[in-house]
Ligand binder design. Structure first.
Ligand code: AHG
Ligand code: MN
Ligand code: MN
Ligand code: MN
Length: 334
Protein backbone atom coordinates (compact mmCIF):
# COMPACT_ATOMS: atom_id res chain seq x y z
CA UNK A 1 0.00 0.00 0.00
CA UNK A 2 1.28 3.49 -0.88
CA UNK A 3 2.14 5.64 2.17
CA UNK A 4 -0.23 8.54 2.76
CA UNK A 5 1.14 12.04 2.19
CA UNK A 6 -0.68 14.56 4.33
CA UNK A 7 -1.27 18.17 3.28
CA UNK A 8 1.18 19.36 5.94
CA UNK A 9 3.90 16.96 4.77
CA UNK A 10 3.33 18.01 1.18
CA UNK A 11 3.66 21.73 1.97
CA UNK A 12 6.72 21.23 4.19
CA UNK A 13 8.35 19.31 1.34
CA UNK A 14 7.57 22.09 -1.13
CA UNK A 15 8.83 24.81 1.24
CA UNK A 16 12.15 22.99 1.82
CA UNK A 17 13.20 23.95 -1.69
CA UNK A 18 12.75 27.67 -0.86
CA UNK A 19 15.85 29.15 0.83
CA UNK A 20 15.16 30.85 4.19
CA UNK A 21 11.49 29.82 4.29
CA UNK A 22 10.34 30.65 7.82
CA UNK A 23 7.60 28.03 8.11
CA UNK A 24 4.98 30.80 8.40
CA UNK A 25 3.32 29.82 5.16
CA UNK A 26 3.12 26.14 6.14
CA UNK A 27 1.47 27.10 9.42
CA UNK A 28 -0.93 29.50 7.73
CA UNK A 29 -2.08 26.76 5.36
CA UNK A 30 -2.53 24.34 8.17
CA UNK A 31 -4.67 26.95 10.01
CA UNK A 32 -6.80 27.36 6.87
CA UNK A 33 -7.13 23.57 6.63
CA UNK A 34 -8.29 23.43 10.27
CA UNK A 35 -10.88 26.13 9.64
CA UNK A 36 -12.15 24.21 6.60
CA UNK A 37 -12.48 21.02 8.66
CA UNK A 38 -14.64 22.95 11.11
CA UNK A 39 -16.72 24.30 8.22
CA UNK A 40 -17.05 20.76 6.76
CA UNK A 41 -18.40 19.66 10.12
CA UNK A 42 -20.81 22.61 10.44
CA UNK A 43 -22.11 22.06 6.91
CA UNK A 44 -22.49 18.29 7.29
CA UNK A 45 -24.77 18.63 10.31
CA UNK A 46 -27.42 20.09 7.99
CA UNK A 47 -30.78 20.69 9.57
CA UNK A 48 -29.63 19.17 12.90
CA UNK A 49 -27.55 22.27 13.52
CA UNK A 50 -30.62 24.52 13.31
CA UNK A 51 -28.45 26.75 11.10
CA UNK A 52 -30.00 26.33 7.66
CA UNK A 53 -31.96 29.13 6.02
CA UNK A 54 -31.46 32.85 5.71
CA UNK A 55 -30.30 35.37 8.27
CA UNK A 56 -31.99 38.75 8.42
CA UNK A 57 -28.95 40.60 7.13
CA UNK A 58 -27.55 41.57 3.72
CA UNK A 59 -23.87 41.62 2.76
CA UNK A 60 -22.09 44.41 0.89
CA UNK A 61 -23.14 42.91 -2.47
CA UNK A 62 -26.81 43.23 -1.51
CA UNK A 63 -27.26 39.45 -1.12
CA UNK A 64 -29.41 38.16 1.71
CA UNK A 65 -26.97 36.23 3.86
CA UNK A 66 -27.56 32.62 4.81
CA UNK A 67 -26.99 31.84 8.47
CA UNK A 68 -24.14 29.63 7.35
CA UNK A 69 -22.53 32.50 5.36
CA UNK A 70 -22.11 34.28 8.69
CA UNK A 71 -21.11 31.21 10.70
CA UNK A 72 -18.47 30.08 8.18
CA UNK A 73 -17.10 33.62 7.96
CA UNK A 74 -16.71 33.66 11.74
CA UNK A 75 -14.98 30.26 11.67
CA UNK A 76 -12.41 31.57 9.16
CA UNK A 77 -11.80 34.82 11.06
CA UNK A 78 -11.53 33.07 14.46
CA UNK A 79 -9.10 30.49 13.07
CA UNK A 80 -6.82 33.01 11.36
CA UNK A 81 -6.81 36.32 13.25
CA UNK A 82 -4.72 35.25 16.27
CA UNK A 83 -2.02 33.23 14.48
CA UNK A 84 0.46 36.03 13.77
CA UNK A 85 0.80 35.05 10.10
CA UNK A 86 -1.55 37.72 8.72
CA UNK A 87 -1.65 41.50 8.51
CA UNK A 88 -5.27 41.53 7.33
CA UNK A 89 -8.15 39.63 5.79
CA UNK A 90 -10.91 40.23 3.26
CA UNK A 91 -14.15 38.27 3.21
CA UNK A 92 -17.14 38.27 0.88
CA UNK A 93 -19.32 38.76 3.93
CA UNK A 94 -17.57 41.81 5.45
CA UNK A 95 -17.70 45.28 3.84
CA UNK A 96 -14.24 46.55 4.85
CA UNK A 97 -10.91 44.73 5.23
CA UNK A 98 -10.87 42.77 8.50
CA UNK A 99 -8.44 44.26 11.00
CA UNK A 100 -6.27 41.94 13.12
CA UNK A 101 -7.08 42.85 16.76
CA UNK A 102 -4.43 44.97 18.43
CA UNK A 103 -3.29 42.33 20.94
CA UNK A 104 -2.38 39.78 18.23
CA UNK A 105 0.93 39.86 16.31
CA UNK A 106 0.83 40.85 12.63
CA UNK A 107 2.45 38.65 9.97
CA UNK A 108 3.42 39.12 6.35
CA UNK A 109 0.47 37.49 4.55
CA UNK A 110 -2.99 38.63 3.53
CA UNK A 111 -5.87 36.15 3.34
CA UNK A 112 -8.90 36.78 1.12
CA UNK A 113 -11.80 34.34 1.18
CA UNK A 114 -15.31 33.40 0.16
CA UNK A 115 -16.24 31.44 3.30
CA UNK A 116 -19.19 29.66 1.70
CA UNK A 117 -19.40 29.54 -2.07
CA UNK A 118 -22.67 28.42 -3.61
CA UNK A 119 -24.52 29.20 -0.40
CA UNK A 120 -27.87 29.26 -2.22
CA UNK A 121 -27.35 25.47 -2.41
CA UNK A 122 -26.98 24.94 1.31
CA UNK A 123 -30.69 24.48 2.02
CA UNK A 124 -31.04 21.88 -0.76
CA UNK A 125 -28.05 19.80 0.37
CA UNK A 126 -25.88 20.34 -2.70
CA UNK A 127 -22.14 20.88 -2.88
CA UNK A 128 -20.79 24.14 -1.43
CA UNK A 129 -17.22 25.25 -0.78
CA UNK A 130 -14.71 27.71 0.63
CA UNK A 131 -12.38 29.68 -1.67
CA UNK A 132 -9.17 31.36 -0.49
CA UNK A 133 -6.36 33.47 -1.89
CA UNK A 134 -3.08 34.38 -0.19
CA UNK A 135 -1.15 37.55 -1.04
CA UNK A 136 1.98 39.06 0.52
CA UNK A 137 1.41 42.16 2.63
CA UNK A 138 3.64 44.30 4.83
CA UNK A 139 4.89 42.56 7.96
CA UNK A 140 4.28 43.90 11.45
CA UNK A 141 1.45 46.38 10.81
CA UNK A 142 -2.22 46.31 9.97
CA UNK A 143 -2.88 46.09 6.23
CA UNK A 144 -4.42 49.10 4.52
CA UNK A 145 -7.03 48.80 1.77
CA UNK A 146 -4.31 49.50 -0.85
CA UNK A 147 -2.24 46.53 0.37
CA UNK A 148 -4.99 44.19 -0.84
CA UNK A 149 -5.38 45.75 -4.28
CA UNK A 150 -2.89 43.46 -6.05
CA UNK A 151 -3.51 41.63 -9.30
CA UNK A 152 -4.19 37.88 -9.23
CA UNK A 153 -0.76 37.19 -10.71
CA UNK A 154 0.70 38.25 -7.33
CA UNK A 155 -1.03 35.42 -5.46
CA UNK A 156 1.32 33.25 -3.39
CA UNK A 157 -1.24 30.51 -3.09
CA UNK A 158 -4.87 29.82 -3.92
CA UNK A 159 -7.21 27.03 -3.04
CA UNK A 160 -10.73 25.88 -2.56
CA UNK A 161 -12.37 23.24 -0.44
CA UNK A 162 -15.41 21.34 -1.69
CA UNK A 163 -17.94 20.07 0.82
CA UNK A 164 -19.58 17.36 -1.28
CA UNK A 165 -19.86 13.60 -0.98
CA UNK A 166 -16.25 13.90 0.17
CA UNK A 167 -14.39 16.97 1.45
CA UNK A 168 -11.62 17.91 -0.94
CA UNK A 169 -9.01 20.68 -0.94
CA UNK A 170 -7.59 21.83 -4.28
CA UNK A 171 -4.42 23.86 -3.94
CA UNK A 172 -1.78 25.70 -5.93
CA UNK A 173 1.32 27.58 -4.84
CA UNK A 174 2.25 28.28 -8.45
CA UNK A 175 3.79 24.86 -9.05
CA UNK A 176 0.87 22.93 -10.49
CA UNK A 177 -2.37 21.86 -8.84
CA UNK A 178 -2.83 19.11 -6.27
CA UNK A 179 -5.93 17.74 -4.56
CA UNK A 180 -6.24 16.47 -0.98
CA UNK A 181 -9.18 14.45 0.31
CA UNK A 182 -10.19 14.78 3.96
CA UNK A 183 -9.81 11.34 5.51
CA UNK A 184 -12.62 11.35 8.09
CA UNK A 185 -10.99 8.50 10.04
CA UNK A 186 -7.86 10.47 10.88
CA UNK A 187 -9.14 14.03 10.35
CA UNK A 188 -6.37 14.87 7.89
CA UNK A 189 -6.24 16.04 4.29
CA UNK A 190 -4.37 13.39 2.28
CA UNK A 191 -2.86 13.83 -1.19
CA UNK A 192 -5.15 12.02 -3.63
CA UNK A 193 -4.94 14.05 -6.86
CA UNK A 194 -1.38 14.81 -7.94
CA UNK A 195 -0.63 17.34 -10.71
CA UNK A 196 -4.15 17.87 -11.95
CA UNK A 197 -4.45 18.94 -15.58
CA UNK A 198 -7.47 20.07 -17.57
CA UNK A 199 -8.16 18.30 -20.86
CA UNK A 200 -7.57 20.83 -23.64
CA UNK A 201 -10.81 20.12 -25.52
CA UNK A 202 -14.24 19.35 -24.24
CA UNK A 203 -17.92 19.12 -25.10
CA UNK A 204 -19.45 20.49 -21.92
CA UNK A 205 -20.40 24.05 -21.02
CA UNK A 206 -21.76 25.66 -17.85
CA UNK A 207 -23.73 28.88 -17.91
CA UNK A 208 -26.94 30.12 -16.29
CA UNK A 209 -29.17 29.96 -19.39
CA UNK A 210 -31.93 31.96 -17.70
CA UNK A 211 -29.78 35.08 -18.26
CA UNK A 212 -29.39 34.46 -22.00
CA UNK A 213 -31.30 37.57 -23.13
CA UNK A 214 -28.87 39.79 -21.21
CA UNK A 215 -25.58 38.47 -22.64
CA UNK A 216 -23.32 40.26 -25.10
CA UNK A 217 -23.05 39.10 -28.73
CA UNK A 218 -19.81 37.04 -28.45
CA UNK A 219 -21.25 34.88 -25.65
CA UNK A 220 -24.58 34.57 -27.50
CA UNK A 221 -22.65 33.29 -30.52
CA UNK A 222 -20.53 30.80 -28.58
CA UNK A 223 -23.48 29.22 -26.75
CA UNK A 224 -25.67 29.26 -29.84
CA UNK A 225 -23.00 27.29 -31.73
CA UNK A 226 -22.73 24.76 -28.89
CA UNK A 227 -26.53 24.35 -28.90
CA UNK A 228 -26.57 23.61 -32.62
CA UNK A 229 -24.61 20.44 -31.87
CA UNK A 230 -23.23 18.30 -34.64
CA UNK A 231 -25.40 20.07 -37.28
CA UNK A 232 -23.75 23.42 -36.46
CA UNK A 233 -20.30 24.93 -37.03
CA UNK A 234 -18.79 23.01 -34.09
CA UNK A 235 -19.70 19.67 -35.66
CA UNK A 236 -20.24 17.96 -32.31
CA UNK A 237 -22.89 17.73 -29.61
CA UNK A 238 -22.42 19.54 -26.31
CA UNK A 239 -23.64 18.73 -22.83
CA UNK A 240 -24.66 21.40 -20.30
CA UNK A 241 -24.30 21.62 -16.50
CA UNK A 242 -25.10 24.39 -13.99
CA UNK A 243 -24.59 23.63 -10.31
CA UNK A 244 -24.66 27.29 -9.12
CA UNK A 245 -21.59 26.60 -6.96
CA UNK A 246 -18.51 27.89 -8.74
CA UNK A 247 -16.32 25.51 -6.71
CA UNK A 248 -18.23 22.49 -8.00
CA UNK A 249 -18.05 23.73 -11.60
CA UNK A 250 -14.30 24.42 -11.25
CA UNK A 251 -13.70 20.95 -9.85
CA UNK A 252 -15.69 19.30 -12.63
CA UNK A 253 -13.60 21.21 -15.18
CA UNK A 254 -10.37 20.19 -13.43
CA UNK A 255 -11.54 16.58 -13.62
CA UNK A 256 -13.01 16.24 -17.11
CA UNK A 257 -12.60 19.61 -18.84
CA UNK A 258 -15.26 22.03 -20.03
CA UNK A 259 -15.98 25.72 -19.90
CA UNK A 260 -17.71 27.87 -17.28
CA UNK A 261 -19.11 31.29 -18.07
CA UNK A 262 -20.59 33.95 -15.81
CA UNK A 263 -20.44 36.70 -18.41
CA UNK A 264 -21.18 40.39 -18.34
CA UNK A 265 -24.88 40.99 -18.80
CA UNK A 266 -26.82 44.10 -19.82
CA UNK A 267 -28.30 44.52 -16.36
CA UNK A 268 -24.95 45.16 -14.77
CA UNK A 269 -22.57 46.84 -17.25
CA UNK A 270 -20.94 48.96 -14.56
CA UNK A 271 -20.72 46.16 -12.02
CA UNK A 272 -18.76 44.02 -14.48
CA UNK A 273 -20.49 40.69 -13.88
CA UNK A 274 -21.65 38.71 -10.86
CA UNK A 275 -18.56 37.02 -9.51
CA UNK A 276 -16.07 38.77 -7.30
CA UNK A 277 -12.52 39.27 -8.55
CA UNK A 278 -10.44 39.00 -5.40
CA UNK A 279 -11.88 35.96 -3.62
CA UNK A 280 -13.65 34.09 -6.43
CA UNK A 281 -12.22 34.77 -9.91
CA UNK A 282 -8.56 35.26 -8.95
CA UNK A 283 -8.06 32.14 -6.81
CA UNK A 284 -10.07 29.88 -9.12
CA UNK A 285 -8.35 31.47 -12.15
CA UNK A 286 -4.89 30.83 -10.66
CA UNK A 287 -5.79 27.16 -10.12
CA UNK A 288 -7.31 26.76 -13.60
CA UNK A 289 -4.24 28.31 -15.27
CA UNK A 290 -1.87 26.19 -13.18
CA UNK A 291 -3.76 23.13 -14.44
CA UNK A 292 -3.28 24.19 -18.08
CA UNK A 293 -6.60 26.01 -18.60
CA UNK A 294 -7.39 29.68 -19.16
CA UNK A 295 -9.39 32.30 -17.26
CA UNK A 296 -10.53 35.50 -18.96
CA UNK A 297 -13.17 38.21 -18.90
CA UNK A 298 -13.44 37.70 -22.68
CA UNK A 299 -11.34 40.83 -23.15
CA UNK A 300 -8.58 40.44 -20.59
CA UNK A 301 -6.78 37.74 -18.61
CA UNK A 302 -8.38 37.77 -15.15
CA UNK A 303 -5.04 37.49 -13.31
CA UNK A 304 -3.80 40.70 -15.03
CA UNK A 305 -6.63 42.89 -13.73
CA UNK A 306 -5.47 45.66 -11.41
CA UNK A 307 -8.26 45.72 -8.80
CA UNK A 308 -9.84 48.98 -7.71
CA UNK A 309 -11.92 47.58 -4.88
CA UNK A 310 -11.96 44.49 -2.67
CA UNK A 311 -15.50 43.50 -3.72
CA UNK A 312 -15.05 44.35 -7.41
CA UNK A 313 -17.00 42.13 -9.82
CA UNK A 314 -15.80 40.71 -13.13
CA UNK A 315 -17.15 38.62 -16.01
CA UNK A 316 -15.61 35.14 -15.76
CA UNK A 317 -14.93 32.69 -18.59
CA UNK A 318 -12.71 29.78 -17.59
CA UNK A 319 -11.83 26.21 -18.42
CA UNK A 320 -10.33 24.16 -21.23
CA UNK A 321 -7.80 26.17 -23.18
CA UNK A 322 -9.20 25.84 -26.69
CA UNK A 323 -12.77 26.66 -25.62
CA UNK A 324 -11.77 29.80 -23.69
CA UNK A 325 -9.56 30.86 -26.61
CA UNK A 326 -12.57 30.54 -28.91
CA UNK A 327 -14.73 32.80 -26.71
CA UNK A 328 -11.89 35.35 -26.45
CA UNK A 329 -11.53 35.23 -30.23
CA UNK A 330 -15.28 35.95 -30.64
CA UNK A 331 -14.86 38.99 -28.36
CA UNK A 332 -11.96 40.24 -30.49
CA UNK A 333 -14.05 39.91 -33.66
CA UNK A 334 -16.73 42.33 -32.38
P1 AHG B 1 -21.80 32.87 -3.24
O1 AHG B 1 -22.69 31.76 -2.77
O2 AHG B 1 -20.43 32.83 -2.59
O3 AHG B 1 -22.44 34.23 -3.15
O4 AHG B 1 -21.43 32.62 -4.79
C1 AHG B 1 -22.41 32.19 -5.67
C2 AHG B 1 -21.89 32.35 -7.05
C3 AHG B 1 -21.16 31.17 -7.64
O5 AHG B 1 -20.71 30.18 -6.81
C4 AHG B 1 -22.12 30.60 -8.66
O6 AHG B 1 -21.40 30.20 -9.79
C5 AHG B 1 -23.06 31.72 -8.98
O7 AHG B 1 -23.03 32.59 -7.89
C6 AHG B 1 -24.46 31.25 -9.20
O8 AHG B 1 -25.21 32.31 -9.64
P2 AHG B 1 -26.74 32.18 -10.12
O9 AHG B 1 -27.54 31.93 -8.88
O10 AHG B 1 -26.99 33.52 -10.75
O11 AHG B 1 -26.82 31.06 -11.10
MN1 MN C 1 -22.85 35.24 -1.39
MN1 MN D 1 -18.99 32.58 -4.07
MN1 MN E 1 -20.02 33.04 -0.52
Amino acid sequence: MKPHISLTQFIIDQQRSIPNASGDFTMLLSDIASACKRIAHAVSRGAMSGQLGSAESENVQGETQKQLDIITNDIMVDALEWTGHLSGMVSEEIDEPIVIPEHFPKGKYLALFDPLDGSSNIDINLTVGTIFSILKGREGCNASLEDFLQSGSQQVCAGFVLYGPSTLMILTTGHGVNGFTLDPDIGEFVLTHRNMTIPEDSQEFAINMSNQRFWEAPVQRYIDECMQGRQGPRGKDFNMRWVASMVAEAYRILTRGGIFLYPLDQRQPDKGGKLRLMYEANPIGFIIEQAGGLCSTGRQRILDIQPDGIHQRVPVILGSKSEVERVVDYHQQT
